[in-house]
Design a protein around this ligand. Sequence first.
Ligand code: ARG
Length: 221
Amino acid sequence: MDFSFLKDYSPYFINGTISTIVIAILTVFLGVIIGTILALMKISNKRIAKAIASAYIEFIRGTPLLVQISIIYYSISFPKFTILDIEMNRFIPGVIAMAINSGAYVAEIIRAGIQAVDKGQMEAARSIGFNSIQAMRYIILPQAIRNILPALGNEFVVVIKESSVLSVIGIVELMRSADIVKAAIYKPFAPLIVVAVIYFILTFTLTRVLGFAERRMRTSD
Ligand code: ARG
């Protein structure tokens, strides 16, 4: 296998890697905001809020990310402009689609994390005079965070990998940079291997860091 193309083409892979990381960070950040709102709607006792959140989560989880990205990109036309050479008319809908998707998964992570806290905790908090918002804020959430953070870390790993789907709408992230190099050197195999290795380094490092953080959190228990 010949990797001599790396000499000329490594900037593509570097840019692609940076893009992938930026996309993943933005997606998880926005996904957590969307997911928190949905989770709170889902555990609330307002029937309509519950129904809306459930419908959103079921629909998003029940349709392919590829289809969601395509729908958002092709049906909403964003004005063309670039920032730092990044085509925002692709980047913005791409990140929005990823965040909408991730939000549904994050919602379930947060809901499960909150509901895993023994319900005696809420009852105890209420019995010493906290209202339900205070109980949530001071008693339930601090415990729920311990269930939520590790799973959110996993979501980050998933998002890094799933962001490769954005290559179909022409966002130059890691996968797309492999496509570009493939087409330039007329050889598909080696560039794809390079990209696979980079994805692996990203996810493996992240998994290790998360494992470390999780162990620390457990010992502080
Ligand atoms: N491959 C899945 C799909 O096509 C995407 C899953 C996204 N998962 C996630 N945890 N954000 O629907």
